[in-house]
Design a protein around this ligand. Structure first.
Ligand SMILES: NC(=O)c1ccc[n+]([C@@H]2O[C@H](COP(=O)([O-])OP(=O)(O)OC[C@H]3O[C@@H](n4cnc5c(N)ncnc54)[C@H](O)[C@@H]3O)[C@@H](O)[C@H]2O)c1
Ligand SMILES: [Zn+2]
Length: 235
């Protein structure tokens, strides 16, 4: 009786492209984030786009944060497609949203299949999530909004220490704005630093931070904590 079989029926964009995939799935319970979860692959995923008819605009926006994340770390042509289209376009027909969601499901599945236990490439999926989780917790932001702010911060750090082009950084910021995501937050740096120190991506005196080489090309970069503390001033 070790475990029962299960499947997922995600009802938000965010869950369809991200939270329901990967075999490491948590849901919030009351005040507690990701309190109940699974660590096995589901038997099935059932994506019924009829759910999206009632999904509020704010939740479409949250879902697009993870879609933009996928484009930034792995898929430059997806990034260009997102630049070219808009939420209105993807909402306008089942075919349009189906193509986009499938592309994102495939992208996440590929990463997970190649690295089920998160030893390498899967870490890329944490792009925007280090600072993102910290501000999400402290300021009680919706997940996608917090990840958006985290991605802008990661772009700034990428520009400072990874030769990420400033024009590309501006493109990421413009794309986030286009999908109605926040790109700026006046946060308390001391509080954020305190929370960052508890991040699971910290190992000894190093934080494994996800940066961009270019749009569509993410990397995991170990950053010494003392250097990171200085860099936080810029974000
Ligand atoms: N890898 C992971 O495990 C992972 C990643 C990201 C998020 N999560 C977790 O996944 C869970 C799901 O998050 P989520 O963003 O999908 O949102 P959610 O389930 O928190 O839903 C967001 C809001 O939209 C409403 N809603 C959901 N579907 C709707 C629909 N079809 N029509 C109308 N309203 C609808 C909900 O009632 C809620 O108010 C959260 O607990 C989150 O913490 C897990
Ligand atoms: Zn996320």
């Amino acid at each position: 009786m070790r475990g029962v079989k299960f499947g997922f029926v995600p009802t938000t964009i965010l869950a369809m492209v991200d939270a329901a995939i990967g075999g490491k799935n948590g849901i919030d319970v009351g005040l507690y984030k990701n309190l109940v979860g699974t660590i096995r692959q589901p038997e099935f995923l059932l994506l019924d786009y009829a759910f999206l008819q009632s999904l509020p605009d704010s939740e479409w926006t949250n879902g697009f944060a993870e879609i933009i994340k996928h484009a930034c770390i792995k898929d430059r042509s997806l990034f260009e497609l997102l630049e070219d289209k808009s939420i209105t376009f993807f909402k306008s027909s089942t075919e349009n949203i189906d193509a986009l969601i499938n592309r994102n499901v495939e992208l996440k599945c590929d990463v997970v299949v190649n690295d089920e236990y998160e030893t390498g490439e899967r870490k890329l999926l944490n792009f925007g999530h280090t600072l993102g989780h910290a501000v999400e917790n402290i300021y009680d932001l919706p997940h996608g909004n917090a990840v958006s702010i985290g991605m802008v911060a990661a772009c700034t750090i990428s520009e400072k220490i990874n030769n990420f082009n400033s024009t590309d950084k501006d493109r990421v910021i413009s794309l986030l704005k286009k999908y109605h995501l926040p790109v700026d937050l006046k946060f308390d740096r001391d509080k954020v630093w305190e929370v960052l120190l508890m991040d699971k991506k910290k190992s000894g005196d190093i934080m494994n931070f996800i940066l961009l080489n270019a749009i569509g090309d993410g990397i995991v970069r170990p950053i010494p904590l003392n250097q990171l503390e200085d860099l936080i001033i810029y974000v």
